[in-house]
Design a protein around this ligand. Structure first.
Ligand SMILES: C[S@@+](CC[C@H](N)C(=O)[O-])C[C@H]1O[C@@H](n2cnc3c(N)ncnc32)[C@H](O)[C@@H]1O
Length: 547
């Protein structure tokens, strides 16, 4: 039977079985070494001699070497879905800003022209508003999947440079561009060191409007180039997977060498990792009279991903402003060498970015866009909705507490999250969860209020003091009478809407052995702890070193 009629039969069968044609072909590839497929008017040859498999993600179908030589990690689909949505929303805002500027210029031109000629005036009024196109650099592009998704799923792109150091990767990008029927002028495969490419494009008008850095491990070597090569108001999208360094699981020197900051081990370490990366970006940008505006910064699975705008401005909010052009240095340190509550020694960490890590207006717009989109557009749709909803609810204060750790310090039972949050709210403070950890407590309540709530809790649920060592933090904290008795009555805002309506707030393990391609060591356990969050089922407190 001729090959093309065999293929037709396969296609009809695949359709009747609601199977993806290409995936189905893959399943029968062992029967055929060479298949011709026709997609629309485009005829292409797919070599199916077990060298390649086809992976479909979003609107892109990627030929991917079976021997896994060029990096593909399907668990990162959430990263790519989120990036498509973020770039889409950023590009709308970028275009609106440009249109507004153009409109202002037009208005002033009209004013001038109308004074001289009515025809000129009408000509100006009738000019349609321009659509702004933008450029993207994916500096470490591997198979080109991400660039091809951007090309197919985001409007108004002028062109994309998909760069990789590895020649095999560049050949594969070219093959995939062709396979997806995109022009090589639209998605331009380029072989080069990401740093060189960034430095070659650091001056106007060669800069890129969007730069995506998605390396193995740390993005630190590329940051200096990226903050220069991004256009005014442009977008940096950065992944770092070196969380062992950023969270202090390795030697702190490694993090200091890469990011100029010391990590602190603690339950908040993943948010601290985000703030360390933002600190590095902001200090790098400051060298070039630029500063960063974080739009969305997320701790996800085994990596962090941030979306940040870069603008030119000499202002760095480091000193106290006392008048126009007059500053005094900030004062400090604001703490002693040991803790006033438990008398333990303070550990030094940072410096970190202490301003907002999300722009809520941006996140809201992104969330609205995702709600209007379907699971076909974003296969990780429910997770996107869940995470961004938690981000929207997140309080704008740095870092957070973990209830089990606080309870562990005092050797008491975990207060249910809802009851503990109610006590904070009833005392007049704000509270939320953090997207970075299930069961987290983000609050503007000071530490003495937190310990007083625990002291009140312990009055209702006493601890066995004989089990607590002398001179332990627990003894010191519990020796103090609470300055108020906490009100544990359930507060109407103690349960966030995202939990009430049962969104996927925190991710379950996406698949067996998930993580960075080289299996992570000491990786975080991320499980769906929705139930854990609501009542007493929080992860049990670690009985550690405190007594
Ligand atoms: C994690 S993969 C990129 C995955 C890709 N962004 C995606 O979403 O599918 C990292 C890639 O960076 C490339 N690479 C490593 N060092 C590089 C450098 N200095 N310049 C350019 N590419 C580099 C590797 O060859 C590899 O293909």
């Amino acid at each position: 039977m001729p090959l093309h009629s065999t293929l037709c039969e396969i296609a009809i069968y695949a359709k009747s079985q609601k199977k993806n044609f290409l995936k189905y072909i893959l399943a029968v590839k062992n029967c055929h070494t060479r298949l011709f497929t026709s997609v629309g008017s485009f005829e292409k040859t797919v070599k199916m001699d077990s060298e390649y498999s086809v992976i479909t993600e979003g609107k892109a179908s990627i030929l991917f070497p079976q021997n896994n030589k060029v990096f593909y990690n399907n668990v990162q689909q959430f990263n790519r879905d989120l990036s498509v949505a973020a770039i889409r929303i950023w590009s709308e805002i970028f275009s609106e800003e440009k249109q507004k500027k153009a409109q202002q210029k037009k208005d002033s031109d009209i004013k001038t022209q109308c004074n001289s000629s009515l025809t000129e005036c009408l000509h100006h009024i009738r000019q349609p508003s321009k659509t702004y196109t933008f450029t993207i650099l994916e500096a470490l592009a591997a198979s080109g999947l991400r660039s091809i998704r951007y090309a197919k799923e985001i409007s108004n792109i002028k062109y994309i440079v998909a760069n990789d150091l590895d020649l095999d990767a560049v050949n594969l990008i070219n093959r995939n561009v062709e396979y997806n029927e995109l022009s090589k002028d639209f998605v331009r495969a380029n072989q080069g060191d990401a740093c060189s490419v960034l430095y070659q494009h650091r001056n106007f008008p060669d800069r890129f409007d969007v730069i995506d850095l998605d390396p193995y491990g740390t993005a630190a070597p590329f940051i200096d180039g990226a903050v220069q090569a991004v256009e005014e108001g442009g977008l940096l999208c950065i992944t770092c997977t070196d969380l062992a360094n950023l969270t202090g699981s390795n030697y702190p020197e490694k993090c200091y060498a890469n990011y100029g900051s010391i990590p602190v081990k603690g339950e908040f370490c993943h948010e601290m990792a985000l703030r360390i990366l933002l600190h590095t970006l902001s200090t790098s940008a400051a060298k070039y009279r630029r500063h960063i505006i974080p739009l969305l910064c997320c701790s996800i699975d085994f990596y962090i991903r941030i979306f940040v705008r870069v603008v030119t401005s000499p202002v760095e909010p480091l000193a106290k402003v006392t008048g126009k052009n007059s500053f005094v240095p900030i004062t400090g340190p604001i703490v002693n060498s040991s803790c006033e509550h438990c008398e333990n020694k303070f550990h030094v960490g940072g410096p970190i970015w202490s301003h907002s890590i999300h722009d809520k207006k941006f996140v809201h717009r992104m969330l609205e866009h995702i709600k209007e989109s379907s699971k076909e557009t974003y296969q990780t749709h429910s997770r996107m909705l869940g995470m961004l909803s938690v981000v929207m609810e997140e309080l704008d204060v740095p870092l957070f507490h973990s209830l089990p750790t606080l309870a562990g310090t005092l050797h008491c039972t975990n207060p249910p999250l809802k009851i503990f949050c109610s006590a904070i709210l009833n005392k007049g403070y704000k509270v939320s969860a953090s997207h970075a950890m299930p069961g987290s407590v983000k609050t503007d309540a000071p530490m003495d209020v937190i310990w007083d709530i625990f002291r009140s809790w312990i009055q209702l649920h006493p601890v066995t003091m004989k089990n607590i060592k002398e001179n332990s933090p627990a003894r010191k904290i519990l020796a103090v009478e609470p300055s108020f008795i906490a009100d544990f009555t359930i507060h109407p805002n103690a349960e966030p809407t995202s939990r009430k309506i049962k969104l996927v707030r925190y991710q379950q393990n996406p698949e067996k052995f998930w993580g960075p391609k080289a299996r992570a060591t000491g990786k975080r356990k991320v499980k769906d702890v929705e139930n854990d969050e609501s009542t007493e089922q929080l992860p049990s407190a670690k009985k550690k070193n405190n007594n």
